[in-house]
Design a protein around this ligand. Sequence first.
Ligand code: NAD
Length: 270
Amino acid sequence: MTTNTKPHQGAHQGQTAFITGSTSGIGLGVARAFASQGANVVINGLGDANEIEQARLSIEQDFGVRAIYSAANMLDPEAIKHSIQVTEDEFGMIDILVNNAGIQHVAPIEKFPINQWDAIIAINLSSNFHTIRAALPKMKQKGKGRIINISSAHSLVASPYKSAYVAAKHGVAGLTKTVALEVAEQGITVNAIAPGYVWTPLVERQIPDTMKARNMTEEEVKRDVLLLAQPTKEFVTIEQVADLALYLASDSAASITGTTISMDGGWTAK
Ligand code: NAD
Protein backbone atom coordinates (compact mmCIF):
# COMPACT_ATOMS: atom_id res chain seq x y z
CA MET A 1 0.00 0.00 0.00
CA THR A 2 2.83 2.38 0.83
CA THR A 3 5.15 3.66 -1.85
CA ASN A 4 7.82 5.70 -0.11
CA THR A 5 9.65 6.20 -3.37
CA LYS A 6 10.63 9.83 -2.81
CA PRO A 7 11.60 10.50 0.81
CA HIS A 8 10.85 14.15 1.49
CA GLN A 9 12.42 16.59 3.93
CA GLY A 10 9.73 19.19 4.52
CA ALA A 11 8.54 21.38 7.36
CA HIS A 12 6.08 18.69 8.45
CA GLN A 13 8.29 15.66 7.93
CA GLY A 14 7.06 12.72 9.98
CA GLN A 15 3.94 14.50 11.19
CA THR A 16 0.39 13.39 10.52
CA ALA A 17 -2.32 15.59 9.08
CA PHE A 18 -5.96 14.50 9.18
CA ILE A 19 -8.14 16.47 6.79
CA THR A 20 -11.90 15.97 6.72
CA GLY A 21 -13.63 16.36 3.37
CA SER A 22 -10.42 16.02 1.40
CA THR A 23 -11.56 14.02 -1.61
CA SER A 24 -12.27 17.27 -3.44
CA GLY A 25 -11.73 21.01 -3.57
CA ILE A 26 -10.01 22.86 -0.71
CA GLY A 27 -9.55 19.75 1.44
CA LEU A 28 -7.69 17.85 -1.25
CA GLY A 29 -5.51 20.92 -1.88
CA VAL A 30 -4.72 21.18 1.83
CA ALA A 31 -3.93 17.46 2.04
CA ARG A 32 -1.55 17.71 -0.91
CA ALA A 33 0.09 20.80 0.59
CA PHE A 34 0.83 19.04 3.90
CA ALA A 35 2.06 15.96 2.02
CA SER A 36 4.35 18.20 -0.04
CA GLN A 37 5.94 19.22 3.26
CA GLY A 38 6.53 15.62 4.31
CA ALA A 39 3.43 14.91 6.40
CA ASN A 40 1.61 11.61 6.24
CA VAL A 41 -2.00 12.40 5.51
CA VAL A 42 -5.41 10.94 6.13
CA ILE A 43 -7.84 11.90 3.43
CA ASN A 44 -11.55 11.62 4.01
CA GLY A 45 -14.75 12.31 2.18
CA LEU A 46 -17.38 11.01 -0.15
CA GLY A 47 -17.15 10.22 -3.83
CA ASP A 48 -16.30 7.65 -6.45
CA ALA A 49 -14.08 4.92 -4.96
CA ASN A 50 -11.75 4.79 -7.97
CA GLU A 51 -11.26 8.55 -8.01
CA ILE A 52 -10.56 8.58 -4.27
CA GLU A 53 -8.02 5.79 -4.63
CA GLN A 54 -6.40 7.71 -7.48
CA ALA A 55 -6.18 10.85 -5.32
CA ARG A 56 -4.70 8.82 -2.45
CA LEU A 57 -2.16 7.08 -4.67
CA SER A 58 -1.06 10.26 -6.37
CA ILE A 59 -0.31 11.85 -2.97
CA GLU A 60 1.94 8.90 -2.10
CA GLN A 61 3.61 8.90 -5.49
CA ASP A 62 4.06 12.66 -5.79
CA PHE A 63 5.38 13.28 -2.29
CA GLY A 64 6.75 9.96 -0.96
CA VAL A 65 4.60 10.06 2.17
CA ARG A 66 1.89 7.71 3.40
CA ALA A 67 -1.68 8.60 2.55
CA ILE A 68 -4.57 6.64 3.97
CA TYR A 69 -8.24 7.03 3.27
CA SER A 70 -10.90 7.23 5.96
CA ALA A 71 -14.45 6.70 4.77
CA ALA A 72 -15.93 8.17 7.97
CA ASN A 73 -19.14 10.01 7.25
CA MET A 74 -19.09 13.37 9.04
CA LEU A 75 -22.77 12.80 9.85
CA ASP A 76 -21.79 9.89 12.08
CA PRO A 77 -20.10 10.69 15.44
CA GLU A 78 -19.15 7.05 16.08
CA ALA A 79 -17.48 6.74 12.68
CA ILE A 80 -15.55 9.96 13.34
CA LYS A 81 -14.34 8.71 16.72
CA HIS A 82 -13.31 5.38 15.18
CA SER A 83 -11.43 7.09 12.36
CA ILE A 84 -9.42 9.27 14.75
CA GLN A 85 -8.61 6.17 16.82
CA VAL A 86 -7.47 4.21 13.75
CA THR A 87 -5.25 7.13 12.71
CA GLU A 88 -3.65 7.36 16.13
CA ASP A 89 -3.07 3.61 16.19
CA GLU A 90 -1.40 3.86 12.78
CA PHE A 91 0.65 7.05 13.18
CA GLY A 92 0.85 7.73 16.93
CA MET A 93 -1.02 11.00 16.94
CA ILE A 94 -2.68 13.57 14.77
CA ASP A 95 -0.34 16.58 14.71
CA ILE A 96 -2.55 18.65 12.42
CA LEU A 97 -6.32 18.35 12.32
CA VAL A 98 -8.06 20.22 9.52
CA ASN A 99 -11.84 20.36 9.76
CA ASN A 100 -12.84 21.10 6.21
CA ALA A 101 -15.82 18.91 5.23
CA GLY A 102 -18.77 21.03 4.32
CA ILE A 103 -21.93 21.18 2.26
CA GLN A 104 -24.25 23.97 1.19
CA HIS A 105 -27.93 24.39 0.48
CA VAL A 106 -29.54 27.59 -0.74
CA ALA A 107 -33.23 28.31 -0.10
CA PRO A 108 -35.45 30.85 1.63
CA ILE A 109 -35.83 29.86 5.28
CA GLU A 110 -39.53 29.07 5.13
CA LYS A 111 -38.82 26.58 2.34
CA PHE A 112 -35.51 25.33 3.74
CA PRO A 113 -35.71 21.51 3.91
CA ILE A 114 -35.39 20.34 7.51
CA ASN A 115 -33.13 17.46 6.53
CA GLN A 116 -30.76 19.91 4.80
CA TRP A 117 -30.65 22.10 7.91
CA ASP A 118 -29.80 19.06 10.05
CA ALA A 119 -27.15 17.78 7.64
CA ILE A 120 -25.44 21.17 7.30
CA ILE A 121 -25.30 21.69 11.06
CA ALA A 122 -23.98 18.13 11.50
CA ILE A 123 -21.31 18.22 8.77
CA ASN A 124 -20.24 21.88 8.86
CA LEU A 125 -20.32 22.36 12.64
CA SER A 126 -20.86 19.26 14.79
CA SER A 127 -18.26 17.15 12.95
CA ASN A 128 -15.65 19.71 14.06
CA PHE A 129 -16.72 19.12 17.65
CA HIS A 130 -16.48 15.35 17.23
CA THR A 131 -13.04 15.32 15.58
CA ILE A 132 -11.61 17.81 18.08
CA ARG A 133 -13.12 15.94 21.03
CA ALA A 134 -11.52 12.71 19.83
CA ALA A 135 -8.10 14.07 18.77
CA LEU A 136 -7.39 16.44 21.67
CA PRO A 137 -6.48 13.93 24.40
CA LYS A 138 -3.47 12.70 22.41
CA MET A 139 -2.45 16.26 21.47
CA LYS A 140 -2.59 17.22 25.15
CA GLN A 141 -0.59 14.16 26.12
CA LYS A 142 2.12 15.09 23.59
CA GLY A 143 1.93 18.82 24.40
CA LYS A 144 1.53 19.87 20.77
CA GLY A 145 -1.04 20.14 18.03
CA ARG A 146 -2.61 22.32 15.41
CA ILE A 147 -6.34 22.51 14.75
CA ILE A 148 -7.42 24.43 11.66
CA ASN A 149 -11.10 24.82 10.91
CA ILE A 150 -12.02 25.87 7.41
CA SER A 151 -14.91 28.21 8.13
CA SER A 152 -16.00 30.93 5.71
CA ALA A 153 -16.63 34.63 5.26
CA HIS A 154 -20.06 33.39 6.28
CA SER A 155 -18.68 32.81 9.77
CA LEU A 156 -18.47 36.62 10.06
CA VAL A 157 -21.27 37.97 7.85
CA ALA A 158 -24.48 36.58 6.36
CA SER A 159 -26.09 36.24 2.94
CA PRO A 160 -29.78 35.60 2.40
CA TYR A 161 -31.01 32.05 1.68
CA LYS A 162 -28.06 30.38 3.45
CA SER A 163 -29.46 30.15 6.97
CA ALA A 164 -28.03 26.75 7.87
CA TYR A 165 -24.59 27.40 6.38
CA VAL A 166 -24.25 30.83 7.99
CA ALA A 167 -25.45 29.52 11.36
CA ALA A 168 -23.04 26.57 11.21
CA LYS A 169 -20.07 28.70 10.17
CA HIS A 170 -20.75 31.29 12.90
CA GLY A 171 -20.81 28.28 15.23
CA VAL A 172 -17.38 27.21 14.00
CA ALA A 173 -16.00 30.66 14.94
CA GLY A 174 -17.33 30.20 18.48
CA LEU A 175 -16.05 26.65 18.76
CA THR A 176 -12.63 27.79 17.54
CA LYS A 177 -12.38 30.46 20.24
CA THR A 178 -13.61 28.17 23.00
CA VAL A 179 -11.27 25.27 22.31
CA ALA A 180 -8.33 27.66 21.84
CA LEU A 181 -8.88 28.98 25.37
CA GLU A 182 -9.19 25.48 26.80
CA VAL A 183 -5.81 24.34 25.42
CA ALA A 184 -3.90 27.63 25.28
CA GLU A 185 -1.19 26.49 27.71
CA GLN A 186 -0.66 23.12 26.13
CA GLY A 187 1.18 23.85 22.91
CA ILE A 188 -1.97 23.48 20.84
CA THR A 189 -3.41 26.23 18.66
CA VAL A 190 -6.92 26.36 17.25
CA ASN A 191 -7.79 28.71 14.41
CA ALA A 192 -10.19 29.12 11.56
CA ILE A 193 -9.58 30.20 7.99
CA ALA A 194 -12.47 32.18 6.54
CA PRO A 195 -12.27 32.15 2.75
CA GLY A 196 -14.47 34.16 0.48
CA TYR A 197 -15.52 32.43 -2.71
CA VAL A 198 -13.06 29.76 -3.81
CA TRP A 199 -13.71 28.14 -7.17
CA THR A 200 -14.46 24.53 -6.17
CA PRO A 201 -17.22 21.98 -6.88
CA LEU A 202 -19.11 23.31 -3.82
CA VAL A 203 -19.46 26.76 -5.39
CA GLU A 204 -20.18 25.38 -8.82
CA ARG A 205 -23.02 23.24 -7.42
CA GLN A 206 -24.82 26.13 -5.69
CA ILE A 207 -25.13 28.15 -8.87
CA PRO A 208 -28.31 26.42 -10.14
CA ASP A 209 -30.11 26.88 -6.79
CA THR A 210 -29.05 30.52 -6.57
CA MET A 211 -30.26 31.03 -10.16
CA LYS A 212 -33.63 29.65 -9.06
CA ALA A 213 -33.82 31.50 -5.73
CA ARG A 214 -32.89 34.85 -7.31
CA ASN A 215 -34.25 34.32 -10.81
CA MET A 216 -30.88 34.99 -12.43
CA THR A 217 -28.70 33.57 -15.20
CA GLU A 218 -25.44 31.76 -14.41
CA GLU A 219 -23.34 34.76 -15.45
CA GLU A 220 -25.48 37.06 -13.30
CA VAL A 221 -25.01 34.79 -10.29
CA LYS A 222 -21.22 34.78 -10.75
CA ARG A 223 -20.98 38.55 -11.26
CA ASP A 224 -23.83 39.95 -9.18
CA VAL A 225 -23.94 37.45 -6.30
CA LEU A 226 -20.61 35.70 -5.88
CA LEU A 227 -17.97 38.16 -7.01
CA LEU A 228 -20.14 41.13 -6.08
CA ALA A 229 -19.24 40.37 -2.49
CA GLN A 230 -15.55 40.18 -3.26
CA PRO A 231 -13.93 43.58 -3.88
CA THR A 232 -10.95 42.00 -5.68
CA LYS A 233 -13.43 40.45 -8.18
CA GLU A 234 -11.27 37.33 -8.14
CA PHE A 235 -12.03 33.91 -6.73
CA VAL A 236 -9.71 32.87 -3.89
CA THR A 237 -7.56 29.92 -4.98
CA ILE A 238 -7.29 26.55 -3.30
CA GLU A 239 -3.50 27.00 -3.18
CA GLN A 240 -3.85 30.28 -1.26
CA VAL A 241 -6.02 28.61 1.39
CA ALA A 242 -3.61 25.66 1.60
CA ASP A 243 -0.62 27.99 2.07
CA LEU A 244 -2.36 29.71 4.97
CA ALA A 245 -3.07 26.31 6.53
CA LEU A 246 0.64 25.45 6.22
CA TYR A 247 1.53 28.72 7.92
CA LEU A 248 -0.94 28.17 10.77
CA ALA A 249 0.58 24.72 11.30
CA SER A 250 4.12 26.12 11.43
CA ASP A 251 6.13 27.01 14.54
CA SER A 252 5.99 30.67 13.47
CA ALA A 253 2.24 30.66 14.11
CA ALA A 254 2.53 29.45 17.72
CA SER A 255 1.05 32.72 19.05
CA ILE A 256 -1.89 32.75 16.69
CA THR A 257 -4.77 31.02 18.40
CA GLY A 258 -8.51 31.44 18.85
CA THR A 259 -8.89 33.56 15.78
CA THR A 260 -10.60 33.51 12.42
CA ILE A 261 -8.35 34.70 9.62
CA SER A 262 -10.13 36.11 6.60
CA MET A 263 -9.00 35.34 3.08
CA ASP A 264 -11.86 36.89 1.21
CA GLY A 265 -10.57 39.50 -1.24
CA GLY A 266 -11.81 42.26 1.07
CA TRP A 267 -15.40 40.98 1.37
CA THR A 268 -15.74 41.40 5.15
CA ALA A 269 -13.99 44.79 5.14
CA LYS A 270 -17.21 46.28 3.83
P1 NAD B 1 -16.18 20.53 -2.06
O1 NAD B 1 -17.62 20.18 -2.29
O2 NAD B 1 -15.26 20.58 -3.22
O3 NAD B 1 -15.56 19.54 -0.99
C1 NAD B 1 -16.26 19.17 0.17
C2 NAD B 1 -15.64 17.93 0.73
O4 NAD B 1 -16.42 17.53 1.88
C3 NAD B 1 -15.65 16.75 -0.23
O5 NAD B 1 -14.47 16.00 -0.08
C4 NAD B 1 -16.84 15.94 0.22
O6 NAD B 1 -16.77 14.56 -0.10
C5 NAD B 1 -16.75 16.16 1.72
N1 NAD B 1 -17.98 15.83 2.40
C6 NAD B 1 -19.23 16.28 2.14
N2 NAD B 1 -20.11 15.67 2.96
C7 NAD B 1 -19.39 14.81 3.73
C8 NAD B 1 -19.72 13.90 4.73
N3 NAD B 1 -20.99 13.70 5.13
N4 NAD B 1 -18.73 13.18 5.33
C9 NAD B 1 -17.45 13.34 4.92
N5 NAD B 1 -17.08 14.20 3.96
C10 NAD B 1 -18.04 14.92 3.38
O7 NAD B 1 -16.21 21.91 -1.27
P2 NAD B 1 -15.10 23.02 -0.97
O8 NAD B 1 -15.52 24.25 -1.65
O9 NAD B 1 -13.74 22.50 -1.18
O10 NAD B 1 -15.38 23.27 0.57
C11 NAD B 1 -14.53 22.82 1.60
C12 NAD B 1 -14.79 23.66 2.85
O11 NAD B 1 -14.47 25.02 2.57
C13 NAD B 1 -16.24 23.63 3.32
O12 NAD B 1 -16.28 23.60 4.73
C14 NAD B 1 -16.77 24.95 2.82
O13 NAD B 1 -17.84 25.41 3.59
C15 NAD B 1 -15.55 25.83 2.96
N6 NAD B 1 -15.59 27.03 2.15
C16 NAD B 1 -15.66 26.95 0.78
C17 NAD B 1 -15.72 28.11 0.06
C18 NAD B 1 -15.79 28.10 -1.42
O14 NAD B 1 -16.04 29.17 -1.99
N7 NAD B 1 -15.58 26.99 -2.08
C19 NAD B 1 -15.69 29.35 0.70
C20 NAD B 1 -15.62 29.40 2.07
C21 NAD B 1 -15.57 28.22 2.79
